[in-house]
Ligand binder design. Sequence first.
Ligand code: AHR
Length: 332
Amino acid sequence: MRKRFLSTLALAGVAAFALTACSSDGGETDSSEMAAGDTAGDTVTVGFAQTGSESGWRSANTESMKAAFSEENGFELVFNAADNDTAAQIAAVRSFINQGVDAIVIAPIVEDGWDDVLQEAADAGIPVILEDRTVSASDDLYAAWVGLDFEAEGVKAGEWAAAEYGDTETKMVVLEGTTGSAPANDRATGFDSAIEGTMIEKIDSQTGDFTRDGGKTVMEGFLQKYGVDGIDLVYAHNDDMALGAIEAIEAAGAVPGEDIKIISIDAVHDGMQALVDGQINYIVECNPLLGDLAAGLVTDVLAGNDVEKTVYVEDQAFDQAAAEAALPDRAY
Ligand code: AHR
């Protein structure tokens, strides 16, 4: 594949962002060593800008990406996790451009602010594949996107809430994902549209940043403000925040899943276990296993093959009985 070497600027970028590459023994090596010595042969060098490590979903997604972009599969993966810091994630992408990687994969933390760096990648002739989250920039600036339909996930969650609780007065609080992220925006839109005209009333909504601690802290605040009896339903944009909310509800002396119902999204192992245990009432899946599809898109794009611009992966949804049946065979 195309071979380029690090400029002085790129080396400075590498040091600053501590990018790492996955080696064949499963360890990680400094990417400056990789760029100086490992570009021989047909190895495809891919820079992957991950959001961070905020949730169980994210860990499963990172594992899936690392497994797919492995040396055995012909890739050298330059991995960066931005700790949910958009400026750091954009800087990591700039560093990939300066290194002259063959392709860049991004899981964009937020939707806005990508135009300039995507244009820089296009100017450098480096194709960009988006995975998981979407951007508001023109789709001319990236080759393809693979992920989930976040709005449909919100609709599924909202339809279940409407069917279960829509006929009685229900006070709902929302634990939002990261502000400005595609899943937080779209899951809110989808859910709100599905409960329109029902007796479910959204009394508050705040971001817990997709983390367990964030969900717990925000839920503690809601419980202080409204009291255990003032909240009937929690809609959490992911399982980790729901799990944090469970801790807060228990600490307030109430029973999660009974006194206060909980609906969430992801269906990671811990969330599914809480659903089986009756602490969560319903979960809509968000499949994190996107690595093989992303790697396939990179391969096709670099080979000049036509690819679908948007590739949706299908999600399921689980009530308690479905979770019980599915949990033993869950891959994440
Ligand atoms: O973008 C997908 C979302 O990001 C997942 O639902 C959440 O758990 C993660 O942090």
